[in-house]
Write a protein that binds this ligand. Structure first.
Ligand SMILES: Cc1cc2nc3c(=O)[nH]c(=O)nc-3n(C[C@H](O)[C@H](O)[C@H](O)COP(=O)(O)O)c2cc1C
Length: 249
């Protein structure tokens, strides 16, 4: 692997070489959906309304910043449905806008393209059966992607390279990217900003978990193919990028 090429990925030199008039956006191709559609037969589980109301004033921002740290040990205890709704709203929730236009969220995103999808492994959340869900930010709801079956936890454990604090958590957030959402506007300059966007989501989680007595740990080390297969994504037009277990501390 060429180290110079990898360093170059972090630089913004590409912007000077690309002809953005050739982007799909500028060629008149319709904007891709801002939220991945549900499959036929899937139904939504609506999360409690007003996701942030109950948590206003729960923690002081300066204290949350000072107390931010990674946790890898969980005490017994489920993550409540209202708590989960708050956390998902904090990492990707809708602030304003809808339809086919821009949807502004609790996190910034280059060009407001929001090329992330949030999957949620539920091990212990009263009201939800164990399994793999996906968050629908426009609807503030979850869709069940796969009910837990024998081997569910072992597959996740292997996919995160045996980092056992991950499958032990009552909830695990896994962010994928659908790169075309960003490529549609930024072409080959999309990928660097997708990675930058993911950091915002996880940092919001680090801060928000403190309002619900939970902790988290960013995880970027995993087996790409195994995690993509676990999530049921194709590994090309959508693939895993980042994950974070959440548990009581
Ligand atoms: C991009 C990124 C990737 C990380 N990947 C992992 C990981 O795969 N496994 C892990 O245990 N911790 C991981 N961490 C957590 C770091 O080890 C942790 O942030 C660091 O040790 C500093 O500790 P602190 O978060 O408590 O300040 C990651 C953190 C970041 C920001």
């Amino acid at each position: 692997m060429n180290m110079r090429a990898m360093r170059a990925f972090l630089k913004d030199d590409l912007r000077l070489t690309l002809d953005f008039s050739l982007s799909d956006q500028n060629r008149g191709v319709a904007s891709p959906p801002v939220q991945k559609a549900m499959r036929p037969g899937q139904s939504q589980v609506h999360l409690p309304a007003d996701p942030c109301g109950a948590y206003v004033g729960r923690i002081d921002l300066a204290q949350a910043l000072a107390g931010r740290r990674s946790h890898r040990v969980w005490r017994d205890g489920a993550v409540g449905l209202e708590e989960l709704g708050f956390l998902l709203w904090a990492v990707q929730g809708k602030r304003k806008g809808a339809g086919s236009g821009s949807v502004f969220r609790t996190v910034p995103s280059a060009g407001c393209r929001h090329a992330l999808e949030s999957y949620v492994v539920i091990n212990d959340c009263p009201g939800l059966q164990r399994g793999l869900y996906r968050y629908l930010p426009l609807d503030h709801s979850l869709v069940l992607e796969m009910a837990a079956e024998p081997g569910f936890t072992a597959r996740l454990h292997e996919a995160v390279l045996m980092q056992s604090f991950v499958p032990r958590a009552p909830v695990v957030l896994v962010w994928t990217t659908i790169p075309y959402r960003m490529e549609w506007r930024y072409m080959e300059a999309a990928h660097r900003v997708i990675a930058l966007d993911a950091g915002h989501a996880c940092q919001n989680l680090y801060l928000a978990v403190q309002a619900v007595g939970c902790g988290t740990c960013a995880v970027a080390a995993f087996h790409q193919q195994a995690l993509d297969e676990f999530l049921g994504v194709d590994g090309e037009d959508e693939f895993a990028l980042y994950l974070a277990p959440v548990g009581k501390i």
